[in-house]
Design a protein around this ligand. Sequence first.
Ligand SMILES: Nc1ncnc2c1ncn2[C@@H]1O[C@H](COP(=O)(O)OP(=O)(O)OP(=O)(O)O)[C@@H](O)[C@H]1O
Ligand SMILES: [Mg+2]
Length: 229
Amino acid sequence: MKLIYTGKTKDVYSKEDGNYLLKFKDDVTGTDGVFDPGANTVGLSIEGAGKAGLRLTELFFKRINEEGIPTHFVEADVENAAMTVKPAEVFGKGLEVILRYKAVGSFFKRYGKYCDEGADLEGFVEVTLKDDERNDPPITEDGLEMLGIMTKEEYKELVNLTRKIGEIVKSEMKKKDLELYDIKFEFGRVGEDKHIALIDEISGGNMRAYKNGKYIEPLELEKLMLEKI
Ligand SMILES: Nc1ncnc2c1ncn2[C@@H]1O[C@H](COP(=O)(O)OP(=O)(O)OP(=O)(O)O)[C@@H](O)[C@H]1O
Ligand SMILES: [Mg+2]
């Protein structure tokens, strides 16, 4: 196995059979020793965080695959905090797709003149570039096409898949009385036909969720989602 990328929370290896191995680390992002899923620096290490993130990722990716939506998921080895995936070509230098069901966070900061905080949104989708130096700027469909990052057709497919995946995640969470406010995904081109597939992970740090009106932080969210009733 060859290490091809060292990320903030995962290391990426290339396997002999052509697949990739994502190794989930116990490092979590944050600032000054405080866990903050939105931060762009590693803040601290929490024992078991890698395995918990992988277990939740496995749960969601299996459900999404069952619905016939393409993903990179092949198999999970929880003991070793490792997930085998199909290699993907990312769009440009990588992007994030954000799906919002509630007007909170940066959405409300920007558009607060037109909505109440916490108002319902019918699956608002926006794309941001993964660019730490420039604070992950948002980009429009036109921008994506003009900068050669993706075609308009790919954009349509991306938005369509995002909404479908969001509904699956939302309904899985509802089973545990968790209400999904917003979530971020990564996509890439997979296989010879370069079809768009969901990649990376879906763990507690990728989303904002509430239970009985109270914010549930990522590690607690993973615990609630993974415990047997
Ligand atoms: N199937 C895949 N093929 C290729 N690259 C992938 C695949 N799945 C995930 N990745 C990439 O592997 C990397 C995992 O690293 P990690 O999650 O630590 O994030 P990062 O790059 O440090 O940045 P961020 O903080 O934005 O998540 C990401 O860059 C992600 O885009
Ligand atoms: Mg990441």
